[in-house]
Design a protein around this ligand. Sequence first.
Ligand SMILES: Cc1ncc(COP(=O)(O)O)c(C=O)c1O
Length: 437
Amino acid sequence: MTDLLDKTETHEELIAEYREHVWPAASTYYKEPIVIDHGEGMHVFDDRGNRYLDCFGGVLTVSVGHANPKVNAAIHAQIDKVTHTSALYINKPAAELASAVAEVTPGKLNTSFFTNSGTEADETAMLLARLYTGRQEIIALRHAYHGRSMLAISAAGHSTWRHGGTHVAGIKHAHAPYCYRCPFGQTYPDCGVKCAQDVEDLILTTTDGKIAAFIAEPILGVGGFIVPPKEYFSIVSEITHRYGGLFICDEVQTGWGRTGDKWCGIEHWDVEPDVMTFAKGMANGSPVGCTTTTNEIAGAFPGLTFATFGGNPVTAAAAVATIRTIDENDLPHNAAVVGGYLRGKLDALKEKYEVIGDVRGMGLMQAIEVVLDKKSKTPAPDVVLRVFEETRRRGVLIGKGGLFGNVIRLGPPLIASKSDIDELVAALDAAFAAASA
Ligand SMILES: Cc1ncc(COP(=O)(O)O)c(C=O)c1O
């Protein structure tokens, strides 16, 4: 065993070992991958001692900063008490977490089922909707992402994330509320929010006229932070209910203050979902999934059902400490203020660079859609790759997404300050100058 561990001595050996024994499908960012050694607050440090300002936060997951002392103290304390119990017994952190979730979620949402990932949370939500309604058909969105189980992949609206063609039946995809590339070639608000109205036509023409659910992210995350118009969710939620379905709101990226001033992204649209799902930023990096609904809907899920690690006391303690930290420091408000500051700077970059076609997002969830030129809007993923290398050279980490990989995604921890944003924007500015040269 000692020999096995000793094999990874140098940086190069470590990368070679990872490449040899981890599936190639699990691809990494950058021409030369970064090996992260440790983190602190807004920063991570690689194995060579380089410091990076982390503006992607492990995909919008490190919500209160790396190695947050309060979250880590809660984890340490819980590990010293008991690490695992299984959901066959009750533990205090899980009970506290369930009641905190009930408090921050809108409307009658009151009861949660815990798992380990966003995928499981969404899978559980879609199964629950089928059980509650006794129907099968689910409406999802083009450009959506809900995880990597068979059902979640089947709900994805990206060919790039749908693999094998062996999908679960009964999922239809509505047009995305993607104003920059309107699927109907129209312009908001003259369009009358046709993308939302069209959901009724989709139900009438491609289902048996009754649905189990409509599932959507308030802001389509992997899709490139696509922000639906303000009327969108009230129109679609009304149609969904009229045809007997539940509205499942996937808050995996948008939850926990990310979008600014609200705990949940959907609150900006003033709509109450029937089911909500959470993961990522909920526990600052400890693996967690959560499906929350009303007592009535939860009652439709028959026993037995079980997730070994669901509500694990260490994870739940991390989540409770994360939520407390977000609350005590009013981080949803910080996301609004610092996110607004970031947005102003990105809008200015858009004026400066021909390759920036669109800037969009809410709070500390902002994206830059990169194109060959503003007129053609042709996606330019190669420019994004150059911007990635250039920002990395300047000690800043960013993310990407979009169907063509041409959208830069920025989702720093919610503790980000205006000076962090100045550093990020200076790196982006220099990187776009170099990449467009
Ligand atoms: C909106 C959304 N839902 C679900 C998932 C799946 O979460 P996980 O990767 O934790 O399974 C993701 C992951 O990126 C996501 O962005």
